[in-house]
Design a binder for this molecule. Sequence first.
Ligand code: S3P
Length: 452
Amino acid sequence: MTGARSWRVRRSGGLRGTVRVPGDKSIAHRALLFAALADGECTLDEFPGGLDNVATADALRAMGVAIAARDGTVLVGGRGLRGLRMAATPIDCGNSGTTMRLLAGLLAAQQFGTRLVGDASLSRRPMRRVIEPLRARGAHIAGSALPGKEGELYPPLSIAPLIDGERLHALDLSTGVASAQVKSAMLLSGLYADGPTLVTEPTVSRDHTERMLDALGVPIERVGPAVALDPRGWRGAWDPFRWSVPGDLSAAAFPLVAALVVPDSDVTLPGVGTNPTRTGLLEALGDMRGRVATGARGTTPYGEPIGDLRAATSALRGALVAGERIVRAIDEVPALCVAAACAEGRTEIANASELRVKESDRIAAMASVLASFGASVEERPDGLVIEGARGRLRGARIDSRGDHRIAMSACVLGLVAEGDTEVDDVACVDTSFPGFAALLRSLGAEVEEHGP
Ligand code: S3P
């Protein structure tokens, strides 16, 4: 995504106050899909306005689903499991990998064809991980090749219809990487299969899909890192529902880390999702001696725990962050890098090679951003080693690389660096966190936005 919008960020005094972050992007994608497949009209409250979720809503509209949004509430005219219609044109998933991979699973099971396209960043993201297992269960799905990248498949994806009488088959998949998008694509396709779907991951990725399917009465079972869905004997439908979307921990990560590193700060973020498959960042910050408190608030009807987060300025120290905790913090590693740059001592982030295939290569991007601010950083194939540079960071000019989480990380670094910081090309932040700069300003940060 390109755009001329930029931020000018100045070193800021204490950040203080209580602010609501946007609703959880991962949960919102899934809530939309399950609402569209329900037997009747569903209501989704506290629905986020990020462009990634808009891409999913527009895709469903293109397939005949009536969706009306007003003041954060979205009404979805569910058409039942077999009620989607062929889209008249290719479906544009924009920047959203979750939209493309989850739709690939859902649409591979339909009796109509679809073409899924994305923006320049999404068009460079690997798709073999969904194409191969879907083909193995009988789907007619193809990806595209990129010159010099033999062996991988990329968008656009072309899905041909299952013809009369054809069904997807049982699947027993062990995934090489923990990926909630791959797992969810298999479970969505598995709703329509003639046998069970078993997915085993190296460690459990975010489990929002499983929690929702369970709440909707779909026969799903989980044992450790394995999940099984067996639709045989199931009624093949669910009732309409009204769900509210909790705040997004992946969005909260930025004001949270800002509160830890900016002197004299104390920030509360109410109503944030605290699903344990997402809380790796909170645990890592605890290891780094960050003062972050989580006050439990209850659980949504579809099984998602919610809490109030509070963070205050802390004397952070470096830590090792690796293994399964990385899976549960995969989108928060850029924010974690910011905390590491402001800590005392060395932080090592390992087992994070998946970061190289996100909206940008986030290992390379964060290595370059941290170096621009004057931190000492070593880039490794699967992570970074960061020497804390508390008090020595200098303002910098940063290109977001069209990646929302890189833009927001650079902005938070700008709040503690000596001198001004410019972050260029920040329109991408609207994919997950529209109003990010205004939210920081409401806490007392000096962030000016320029451009259209
Ligand atoms: C997501 C899963 C993760 C995550 C992404 C959202 C999801 O991707 O990075 O931002 O909603 O399922 P992977 O499945 O590629 O790990």
